[in-house]
Design a protein around this ligand. Sequence first.
Ligand code: UDP
Length: 483
Amino acid sequence: MAPLEEPTAATLAPPPPHFVIVPLVAQGHTIPMVDLARLLAERGACVSLVTTPMNGARLPGVADQAARAKLALEVVELPFPTGIDGLPPGIENVDQKLAGPLEAYMRGLAARPSCIISDWCNGWTAGVVRSLGIPRLFFHGPPCFYSLCDLNAVDHGLHKQTAAAGDQEKFVVPGMPVRMEVTKATAPGFLNFPGLEAVWIECVEAMRTADGAVVNTFLDLEDQFVTCYEAALGKPVWTLGPFCLVNKDGEAMASRGNKSDVVQQSAVTAWLDMKDTDSVVYVNFGSLVRKPPRLLFEVGHGLEDSGKPFLWVVKEPEVAAPEVREWLEALEARTAGRGLVVRGWVPQLAILSHRAVGGFVTHCGWNSLLESIAHGVPVVTWPHFSDQFLNERLVVDVLGVGVPIGVTAPVMIFDDENMPVGREDVVRAVSALMGGGAEADERRRKAKKYGEKARRAMEKGGSSNDNLTQLIESFRQCAGKEG
Ligand code: UDP
């Protein structure tokens, strides 16, 4: 496709298209959609990011930064119905309850929005926009590799086969351009958990009836899977990523997700500044994973025994117990100078973009993986649940930028007590990632190559940049129609 001229806010013919963005309320879903909102707004579109009052309070700075940059990006806090179905006041994460307020908001606008982009887990938005005649795209968080596996698994009834199988029995996912084997445990199916079947069916149905998909990936990373996914879905797939690269300065990076401790972050940066290039392994398991003490000890001892400089982020609740706190303090004393343990939330992008960080031990959430790839940082893969096992296959087998820790079965969220990972696994994987040698060098070379390609994809003339232009242009025609 010939590169398109990049319109700016000044050259776009008015009125610009209006996108309404409806994230799922969970950090791993909201963070990329906030980035997407900024990407669209920076290219001249009007964007309304929908949330609830309580969750809006967790988006500090989004509206302020947009206002300062003169972007047409507003955060819309929909009233969340309270006192229903026994929900206590203050609980606002049952997104379905937003259907009425979202419809009322859109009906109240002077002009009908051009398009709604909703998280694929918000299948309920399909009903809302159908009655209003507004085009709908779904945002699918994982890479096209995973989405293609997922779609093929549903279409070929893979779940029925795996349900009757033994835990380690292998199945080939049909319709993949590469041979992909899964077990019952690692088979795709994000919401394929007992009790969530009805939600899952609603979401899959909403994907089928949408007008297209928006994915946080880029063509040079997974070209063949994007093509196959688009063909299998039978509708446009807009690859616009890595979204995280919209955050260009320290302030934007620091305001993503939960609030980080500013003083702590300066100390982290000062510590990283003293380290050699590519020497530090960064360890963080995303927003949801909580490690029980037994596994924290294995991670800590493994990092200590690896002999490598490390920056390890633990969550406050993980280290709340006095005996865990004491153990951690002793570890910090033994590894002082070489290791840094941070408690709470860190601005991950700022860390991954620091020249001293040369490896990342990750749970394989797609945001974390793509953020690492976008900054040329190879990974140790330690998947826990949902899409993470297949994301691991993409980065290890297809892209060649990962070392597996060696887990083969998922754990439920907040329950990885029985995960069979020991300190020797951490030592082996971290040493392989951070040590010298041909394999480590090759992995690092590939990661840096993908990092460069990621940047190019987002620049003028790059594939994601062009796709964004086309997306905005294609919905400009719908802009400004009477509601
Ligand atoms: N994140 C962060 N600081 C932290 C932990 C997580 O900024 O201390 C961000 C991370 O950069 C990513 C998101 O939270 O954007 C986590 O999403 P991911 O898909 O990796 O995993 P999930 O949290 O959904 O399991």
